[in-house]
Design a protein around this ligand. Structure first.
Ligand code: XMP
Length: 322
């Protein structure tokens, strides 16, 4: 891989910020640029670097794809308003669910259902609408590494696998944190003035809850995993793990509720200890915590009769299920 990693021990955050601000200015010139803020630490850092470099010439959008967690859009707009950054919400729910319709294969879901809709459809329109020539995005070193190695098609990797975004989508992509892994991104986040709620946020994948639904990501199935995610995040916030999540399985299982048979859904809970997502171990959560999560999920998420906890390591597991 041609990109040179800057490890956390080599990173000087002040120099990094100055270099990237200068580089963004040089690459964007007098043009307008857009960026999509998902609320994760990667895109949040890029938003701050972009605003330092470009001020009002950077238009920041939150794409409401219908696949985000409960209350996410409002939370992000508020956090960034407090930082003086205006974020416009773009409602793209219909486009994403149309793109995901009928898709069950994981890689097809990422490529056709998410990547193509994001870049060809939603961003292309935003770029056109705002008169921008450049998209700033928060691809990091691990995204590229895993995609280039053919492990998993991260939704935001192009040039490194031979796709020219200018030709494919009609705009240039600038990626200021390409040389950093997560711990280094978090260090830059703190240095660039982001609050702890953002700099320490557990990662969340670009394909959002669609990466946590095995099989077709319909609005109903996304709603199921969204509700389960809320329970897992409520119960595990502050537990110190790298990432915690809920997954909706495709197989149904027989359960019993109120003395009646219920052929219901299965949720898998995952909680990971990891430094950089490259390898990960399941967190040894107290059994009482797991039981509380299970009790709440079967109570609060309609139709769920089974809750499991993943105890395999990455590799061979992955952090997400799709
Ligand atoms: P995996 O599932 O590959 O996840 O073990 C490693 C880390 O990357 C996140 N992830 C993604 N992030 N686009 C992203 O921006 C993606 O397509 C994607 N897939 C996984 C995942 O949440 C974990 O932190």
């Amino acid at each position: 891989m041609a990109i040179q990693e800057i490890s956390i021990s080599e990173l000087n955050t002040g120099n990094f910020i100055n270099d990237q601000v200068a580089s963004i200015k040089a690459q964007v010139g007098n043009e307008v640029a857009v960026n999509a803020l998902s609320g994760g630490v990667d895109s949040a850092v890029v938003t701050m670097l972009g605003h330092k470099a470009l001020g009002d010439k950077l238009k920041t959008y939150f794409v409401e794809n219908g696949l985000m967690r409960e209350g996410e859009a409002q939370q992000i707009v508020k956090w960034f308003a407090d930082l003086g950054v205006k974020v416009e919400i773009i409602d793209a729910k219909k486009k994403f669910f149309a793109g995901l319709k009928g898709i069950t294969d994981p890689e097809e879901k990422r490529e056709k259902g998410i990547t193509q809709v994001f870049y060809k459809d939603v961003f292309a329109e935003l770029v056109k609408k705002s008169g921008a020539k450049v998209l700033l995005q928060g691809t990091n070193y691990t995204d590229v590494e895993e995609t280039a190695a053919g492990v998993k098609r991260q939704h935001n990797v192009f040039e490194q696998i031979g796709i020219d975004p200018q030709k494919a989508f009609g705009y240039k992509v600038v990626e200021p944190i390409l040389q950093l892994r997560k711990p280094a991104v978090r260090a830059v986040a703190r240095a660039v003035g982001l609050p702890k709620e953002i700099s320490d946020r557990p990662p969340f994948p670009g394909p959002a809850l669609a990466a946590r639904v095995i099989g077709e990501a319909t609005p109903d199935r996304i709603e199921t995993v969204r509700k389960a995610t809320k329970v897992v995040e409520d119960e595990l916030a502050g537990c110190g793990a790298f990432q915690y999540l809920a997954i909706l399985h495709e197989d149904m299982v027989t359960g019993i509720r109120n003395h009646a048979r219920e052929f219901g859904k299965q949720i898998e809970v995952r909680c990971w200890d990891s430094q950089d997502a490259v390898t990960a171990n399941p967190t040894e959560l107290p059994f009482s915590t797991l039981r509380r999560i299970a009790d709440r999920i079967v109570e609060e998420v309609p139709g769920v009769v089974s809750v499991t906890y993943n105890i395999a390591t990455k590799p061979p597991s992955c952090i997400e299920a799709v």
